[in-house]
Design a protein around this ligand. Structure first.
Ligand code: FAD
Length: 304
């Protein structure tokens, strides 16, 4: 990343929330479940699958975690009622992981059980490195009591990930593989783009060798081409590609036309700020977008 871009990314938290909200609107379905329902129905109509995420990372007290869990049950209701081709993605901090492990364990178990009763899959998102052990532990516990409608995420940026694949292989986990969005120290995480890419390729190979169903989650054309080459000849039901709402939508449509299963990550909710910052920080056009938004604010009658 260029120096100027890095400076822009660092300054993003100082940008007024109104501007962050406006710039990040393509990445979020909207504030309410009805918005997510509409977004998923539109994706399904275009041949794309979806995974619905209730935004809720800034959870600090048990009642907030319980409220997020309740909202997820409403999402399951909606998926079933509208017969949507969708599953859910959940962050364990939103279910109280930072408050109390047992609270999170219990809310997650109830959610996965409810989803199982409706034939819906639950993907546990992977968060920053301090949460990886607990996330994998709760995933393993669910699998060990026989839940198989649950999957996990592995991040190629983390140096530990190949070892995690080894340790999880007996469970033949359903894995979403991504680069990893969190800023991690060099002792535990690759820092260079090429190292993260190489690790992605190695982890993908290891997961396929272990017989895992892999959801390849990337917009990186270099990685996408290699992943497609690696699954060439397999039945499309044996793997999937995943992208985020609002990112490379044209490329996603092409992949669908070519017969691949393509799932779009659809976040919604009113706790949009943290997620929005991360998406904007990854947008190569951030500097230009911010410059335009700032200029527009200075033009009389165009504030906001
Ligand atoms: C479905 C899905 C689920 C994910 N789940 C997790 C998770 O659980 N845990 C986790 O740590 N990370 C998760 N991520 C994020 C992931 O780790 C990366 O941070 C993110 O995907 C960017 O990496 P990339 O592989 O797309 O490559 P990049 O090099 O970042 O992007 C490749 C290209 O895609 C385009 N692009 C990427 N992002 C944007 C954007 N915001 N706006 C406009 N264009 C963009 C640009 O053209 C860019 O050059 C997920 C990603 C996806 C797609």
């Amino acid at each position: 990343m260029e120096l100027l871009d890095r400076a822009v990314v660092r300054s993003l938290p100082a940008v007024p929330r109104g501007i962050v909200q406006r710039l990040s609107s393509p990445y979020i379905a909207g504030p309410a479940l009805a918005d997510a329902r509409r977004a998923v129905a539109a994706l399904n109509a275009a041949g794309k699958l979806a995974t619905v995420d209730v935004l809720g990372e800034e959870v600090r007290v048990p009642s907030e975690a319980e409220a997020v869990a309740l909202e997820y049950h409403a999402v399951l209701d909606a998926i079933a009622a509208d017969r949507l081709d969708a599953n859910v993605s959940v962050k364990l901090t939103a279910l109280g992981l930072e408050i109390e492990l047992d609270l999170c364990r219990s809310l997650l178990a109830t959610l996965v059980a409810d989803a199982a009763a409706r034939g819906i899959f639950v993907r546990i998102d992977m968060e920053a490195s301090p949460f990886v052990d607990d996330t994998l532990r709760l995933y393993r516990e669910l699998r060990e009591v026989g839940r198989d409608n649950v999957g996990v995420v592995l991040q190629s940026a983390l140096r530990r990930t190949l070892a995690d694949v080894d340790a999880l292989a007996v469970l033949r986990p359903n894995v979403r593989l991504c680069k990893g969005i969190y800023v991690e120290p060099p002792e535990i995480a690759f820092q260079k783009r090429d190292e993260i890419r190489e690790s992605f390729v190695r982890v993908h190979e290891a997961l396929l060798e272990a017989g895992c169903y892999v959801a390849v989650a990337t917009h990186d054309e270099w990685l996408l081409e290699r992943a497609l080459a690696r699954v060439a000849g397999r039945d499309p039901s044996e793997y999937e590609l995943q992208m985020l709402l609002g990112v490379r939508e044209g490329r996603a449509s092409e992949l669908v036309e070519q017969g691949h299963r393509l799932r779009v990550y659809v976040p919604y909710g009113d706790r949009w700020y943290e997620y929005s910052l991360r998406r904007l920080q990854e947008n190569p056009a951030l500097a230009t977008m911010l410059a335009k938004a700032t200029v527009l604010r200075l033009v009389p009658g165009r504030s906001g």
